[in-house]
Ligand binder design. Structure first.
Ligand code: FES
Length: 141
């Protein structure tokens, strides 16, 4: 296995900003069609980007505030190797499909696993995770 293949996929939650991802990454639509593949990109979590699902810097103008640090509420498991896909739920979260390590803005690993739903509307009270608030927020994407 090459060094590249043995590298974990890492998502860092930026304070007041996006989900900064590195590794073997893919984003797909709800129908499974691939939207983008790459080794690094920043996914919007404030809901304001004009280039969803990617961050375009609009979080600053929107005044998005979240410190990117949360209490440990998900198990930290051994994480497998391989690519991770972020599947876009219609008008809803980013669904993790594949191995991913999630770090807070302080660098602490708070999640390692293969399934989860990340907020991308900015309204969740359990950021970075989805709590269903996109429905009451009227998030459209
Ligand atoms: S997090 Fe940057 S535009 Fe939403």
């Amino acid at each position: 296995m090459s060094e590249e293949e043995s590298r974990s996929n890492v998502l860092k939650v930026a304070a007041n900003g996006p989900l900064v991802c590195a590794g073997a990454l893919q984003v797909s639509g709800r129908d499974g069609a691939v939207i983008q593949q790459g080794e690094s990109f920043a996914l919007c979590r404030c809901g304001a980007s004009n280039n969803k699902p990617f961050c375009d810097g609009s979080h600053r103008e929107a005044g998005f505030e979240d410190d990117g640090v949360w209490s440990d509420d998900k198990p930290v498991d051994d994480v497998a190797q391989g690519a991770v896909n972020f599947k876009l739920a219609a008008n809803g979260p980013l669904l993790i499909e594949g191995p991913l390590v999630v770090q807070g803005a302080d660098g602490e690993v708070r999640f390692a696993g293969e399934r989860g739903a990340l907020c991308r509307c900015g309204a969740s009270t359990t950021k970075p995770w989805c709590d269903g608030s996109h429905k009451s927020a009227g998030f459209v994407a």
